[in-house]
Structures are given as C-alpha cells and as structure tokens.
Design a binder for this molecule. Sequence first.
Ligand code: SF4
Ligand code: SF4
Length: 450
Amino acid sequence: MRTDFTAEQLADPATAVAEAVIRKCVHCGFCTATCPTYVLLGDELDSPRGRIYLIQNMLETEAVPTPEVVKHVDRCLSCLACMTTCPSGVNYMHLVDHARAYIEARYRRPLLDRLYRAVLAAVLPYPGRFRLAIRLARLGRPFLPAMRRVGQLKPLAAMVAMAPARLPAIASTTPAPARERRGRVALMQGCAEPVLRPEIRAATVRLLNRAGYDVVFASGEGCCGALVHHMGRDADGRAAARRNVDAWTRELENGPLDAIVITASGCGTTIKDYGFMLRDDAAYAAKAARISLLAKDVSEILRSTGLPPAVGVKPLKLAYHAACSIQHGQRAGEHALSLLREVGFDVSTPTEAHLCCGSAGTYNILQPDIAAQLGDRKADRLRALAPDVVATGNVGCELQIGSRMALPVVHVAELLDWATGGPVPRRLVDIGVEDRNADEMSIHSVGADR
Ligand code: SF4
Ligand code: SF4
C-alpha cells in the first residue's frame, strides 16, 4: 500500500514500524472473510483492511482520532485471524497495538468509558483486587436485567454477569521437583487464571513433573500486561513486561530454564512479543528477547518433549476450541489437538474454528453486544459436535464458552494430567466421571497463595 508519511514522521521509530506494516498490505481483502467483526457486521470499516486504511489516515494526518475511527478500532478483538489469512505477512498486531496507544494518548473518551477502563486496568491484573471485585460484583446480580436495558451500563452488566457464583478457595500448587529429571521450567503464575481456575496450575505442575521437569515459580512475576496493553495503555503494558523480564531473569540466575511455561495462551502471545515491546529500551531489549524465546505454551513444550505414558481414562468425546491466541497469535493450536488424541480422547473441532469466541481479554466487557453474538455462535458450533466435554487452553475462553453451555469446559492441561495419571478434573466429577487416579493427588502439596 502506498503511504505518505513525511521523513519527520518516520523518524519516530513507532511510526516507522507502523508504516512498514501498512506498506505490506496489498488491499487483496482475503482477511475480511475471516475477520469476526466483518463476518458479523458486514462493514468494510470493521474489517482488517478497513481498519488499516483508518489507522493509516489517522497516523499520516496526525489527526486527533474521531469517535468514528475509535469505534472501529475498539471493535477489533485483536484475535489476529487476519494475520493467519494474510498472504502478504502484514503484522496487523503491531499496527493495531500502536493505533490503540495513539488513541489512548490523544482521544478523550466519554466519562463512563474512561471509568470502566480505569477500573479494569486497576483490578484485573491483581489477584487480590480481582477476588474482592468478584465478591462485590455478585451483589449487583439482582439488578442485572435493569442494567442490561441501559446501553451505557452494559459493560457493568457484563462484569456482574461474568462474576462466578462460586469462587474456588485460594490455593496454589507448591513447585515440585520431578521424579525423573529432564530439565527445569518456570511456570507462569498469571493473574486472573489462579483466581478463577486454580486447578489449572495444580494440574500443570503435576503434568510437568511427570514429564520430567522441575517446576519453579519466579518471585516478583505478575500479570503479563496484555490486558492493559490491549487497552492502549502502552506505559503500563511495558512496565508489566519489564517486571516479568526482571523476575524471570533473576530466576535464570538460580539455574538454567528450558522454558517459561504458560497455561493462558492470551498471556503467551504477549510474552512472546516482549522482545518487540521492549526493543527500544537499551536496558531491556536483549533480556526481553531472551525471555520471549523461552516462552512456551504448555501444549508446545509437551509436544516437543513427549507426554508421560497414558494410563487409560474414560475415552470421552471432546470438542476442542483453539483460542485465537494459540491458533493465530502463536500458530500453535495443533499441539493440544495432537496431545489430546494421543492420550486416547476422541477429539473433533467445530466449523468456523478460526472465529473468536468473543472473550478477548476485556473485550467481552467493553464490547458486550458483539462479544455475546460471537459467544453464542461459538457455543452453537461446539454443541453441534455433541461432545461430552469442551477442551480449551485459555481461561477467558473457558468462561465465555462455559457461561453459554451446560457441558463442562475444561483446560487442556487438566485433561492431559488426568490422562497421564492425575485426578479427574473437577468439572468432570460433576458429570459423573469417576476419579480412578485419585492417589496421584498426594504427590502435590497445596499451600498459601501469593
Ligand atoms: S484482529 Fe481479528 S477482529 Fe481485529 S481486524 Fe484482525 S481478524 Fe478482525
Ligand atoms: S489479507 Fe493482508 S494484504 Fe490483503 S487486505 Fe488483508 S491485510 Fe492487506
């Protein structure tokens, strides 16, 4: 695509990166067919190609973003399906990330929008605050129908609706040494996942131990920064990245790490991009690039090193939902599928598997109408497979899909843990699956959370 940036504009490294991305786009429009917002809304400006035009014009003119431009950029899920489809290698992720930061710095949002975003940025990345917020949100349940009728309160209604009726007890798995040692990995502790689904971490530690890895937790590590990064809060996103780079670099001083293992694929996509996010920071660029190279989804490391032997569990029929962050962001969606089949599950994938479920970080709160349509559509496609269980590898997708289905939605790591000797996942107990591997639970201790 031809661009008209001035030499002065291109002297800014971030604008130069955006311009290089835009120039790669050849307007072919292949990406429109796989873009969830274009599929739903049918508006070119809600397609990747349309957004690239809008962003180019905004950056070239250095205009204050208009509400119209902000609307179409905000509607983008950052699902990155367009990057998988694009034949020209357009790095839409880096372009839209820059556009969001540009908007955040120059556009004054309506008061309520600012308030919602400030609350999300101040609460979600912090497990203690998030737990408290969930308790408070439950108090709003009786008012949900009224909130849903008022357009401006829909994000608040989405927050209240998202709060689980029951919150698991605070628990985290103590890192454990492997029985037969193959290596050493740091397991990312994350922010929202341990509050909502602490069993994922426990299952992953057992699984990695059984696969031969000593598992450690890096002290000082926290939220990956994706939640604020995708809201355009550039400085906050980079601060989170620096904190985690420091934490894992200190852990590397304690001994070599084969990988930094991540169980929430949305976080994995961001951590794999730390090298890019901190590329202009002389003190962090090299360290961040090293951390990005070490980052691996749990399915990725197990696929490359091999699973522990399967023990023969009930051969359930699974519908596998590959989160956008694993299939488009990391191009690694096939690993979980292969591993689940390898241990004996009957696994199928839905039609429109490439389309986002609408979770997308804070998207289901900030864009509740589009997110609900995508969530319903995804649940319908999964239901059509008539599975016993839905498997996925990202806690956001678990919640988004799980709130629309009676079927259990279970993390891939929990299923692989069970199939290789761990306890039956809690959600499968609810549908009557017997816990034949319960003795394995004694390997792992559960201690105080951070
Ligand atoms: S990231 Fe997803 S929603 Fe955004 S333009 Fe690309 S395909 Fe569309
Ligand atoms: S597929 Fe790629 S090159 Fe074609 S319009 Fe979309 S972003 Fe541009």
